[in-house]
Design a protein around this ligand. Structure first.
Ligand code: VGL
Ligand code: ZN
Length: 180
């Protein structure tokens, strides 16, 4: 069984948002198309309390139950079977969807016989990277879809570097047209 994990495609990570990822919205149509090629679609949301240690490192973003934490309006969210909320504590946590506190992602996937996880979304150099590395650690055959991710690039090249690190960690890089 294969599943698509859509990481943090939320308003605050898209142009105009509090922690905008350059071209963050460009992943939306690519992800929508991917949803029709994979039998199970799940998503994570960065879901922070108003006061969090995380905000000593980042501008305030994705505060739970605010419009900035909503999915980008273009995402076909009806196809998302379960949302995993992460970064919910007052610490610099929750870069990985496997740190979700509402539902355990590993158990959820195992219960549904998922063995292959396809990862897309925002941001390549933070939450996509952390989620894909954890997926490998938990024993999933893990793919990152390179045209369905975008990087924060705090330093230029961070996104490319993250993809190199992912390869070294055992993640396969794949393009969306090769997902079937
Ligand atoms: C993220 C920085 C801070 C992400 C979340 O979703 O990649 N990046 N919080
Ligand atoms: Zn965050």
């Amino acid at each position: 069984m294969k599943a698509l994990l859509v990481v943090d495609v939320q308003n605050d990570f898209c142009p105009g948002g509090a922690l905008a990822v350059p071209n963050g919205d460009k992943v939306v149509p690519v992800i929508n198309a991917l949803m029709d090629h994979l039998p199970l679609v799940v998503a994570s949301k960065d879901w922070h309390p108003l006061r969090s240690m995380h905000f000593t490192r980042w501008p305030v973003h994705c505060v739970h139950n605010t419009p900035g934490a909503d999915f980008h309006p273009g995402i076909e969210s009806v196809k998302i079977k379960q949302v995993f909320l992460k970064g919910t504590k007052d610490k610099d946590d929750g870069y990985s969807a496997f740190e979700a506190t509402n539902v355990d992602l590993t158990s959820y996937l195992r219960e549904r016989s998922v063995t292959e996880l396809y990862v897309a979304g925002l941001a390549t150099d933070y939450c996509v990277k952390a989620s894909a590395v954890d997926a490998v650690k938990h024993g999933f055959k893990t793919f990152v879809i390179t045209d369905a991710v975008a990087a924060v690039n705090v330093r230029p090249g961070d996104g490319e570097e993250a993809l190199e690190e992912l390869k070294k960690a055992g993640v396969s890089l794949i393009r969306s047209e090769d997902v079937r």
